[in-house]
Write a protein that binds this ligand. Structure first.
Ligand code: NAG
Ligand code: NAG
Ligand code: NAG
Length: 256
């Protein structure tokens, strides 16, 4: 299940860059958002994700997945890129994701403001800050953060990743003025407060909460199969994606 989706995303990202001939849209506009495949084929994945993201599912609370992490921690990058983002792409109707980039960082009050020390150094503090500003500035933060975290170099990828999803309001310059200014510091302070308020306190990252709760059992299930966990915990009508892998991935090559 994970592998084909990642393939699709990779193909999609490549076609966005290279504009290859893979995008043959054979669906009428009313069907464009009906599946991930059609959205990709018709080049409207961004719009469909936005529409699905803002449309709330009637009456039933989505499963809230919280991720407390650091931008350069290898385990965090793997979980975010290979598990959390692909699961959210499929299940964004029934799950909401809260990202808190801070993790094992340390905050010190300095001259009426704050300074930060990060486990993986200055670059990690920069990555955390860019992601924090993105989360405050755009609904497309998660795809941009996925783009960064799944790339070879999180910090170098940030600007091209922003350009991939950018708009007249969301520019690299706007993000950097948040990153370098008081706005970023204030937002990071909120992350510090949220992380320090965890109960039980976090012992490592990535640290996952489900509906605000952390237990070893929930953490293990999230790490091994977040998709199954979210589908099984959701109390409303199950979306088609929860029906099983075979419904989503029909491109088998049968012998005979
Ligand atoms: C948007 O939501 C519909 C209805 O839940 C779902 O079937 C579809 O796969 C979603 N599209 C994308 C691109 O996530
Ligand atoms: C804090 O402010 C004082 C006086 O304004 C200044 O001398 C000092 O360098 C500042 N410290 C830092 C870490 O910015
Ligand atoms: C962004 O941060 C400001 C405070 O700095 C806050 O008032 C605002 O609600 C935040 N917006 C979002 C979308 O989080």
């Amino acid at each position: 299940m994970k592998v084909p989706l990642l393939l699709i995303l990779t193909v999609w990202l490549n076609t966005q860059h290279g504009g290859s001939a893979l995008s043959t849209c054979s669906h009428p506009p009313s069907q464009w958002c009906s599946s991930l495949d059609s959205a990709i084929q018709c080049g409207v994945l961004k719009q469909c994700l936005e529409a699905n993201f803002t449309r709330s599912h009637q009456n039933v609370d989505p499963i809230q997945v919280g991720l407390y992490y650091e931008s350069l921690c290898p385990g965090c990058r793997l979980f975010l890129s290979n598990i959390l983002f692909p699961t959210w792409v499929l299940l964004n109707d029934i799950m909401s994701v809260t990202l808190v980039p801070y993790g094992n960082a340390q905050e010190k009050p300095v001259n009426q403001t704050y300074s930060y020390e990060c486990q993986h150094g200055e670059q990690e503090c920069l990555g955390n800050m860019i992601e924090t500003c993105l989360l405050n500035m755009t609904k497309m933060a998660f795809p941009i953060i996925f783009c960064m975290e799944s790339s070879g170099d999180v910090i170098k990828a940030a600007e091209p990743c922003v350009e991939l999803y950018g708009s007249s309001e969301l520019t690299w310059d706007n993000i950097m003025s948040c990153v370098k200014g008081d706005q970023g510091k204030q937002l990071m302070h909120q992350n510090a407060l949220k992380t320090n308020a965890l109960n039980p306190p976090h012992q490592y990252v990535p640290w996952v909460t489900i509906n605000g709760e952390h237990t070893e059992d929930l953490q293990d299930k999230a790490m091994s199969s977040l998709f199954t966990l979210v589908c099984s915990m959701y109390k409303g009508p199950k979306p088609a994606a929860c029906g099983g892998a075979q419904r989503h991935y029909r491109s088998y090559c049968h012998n005979e």
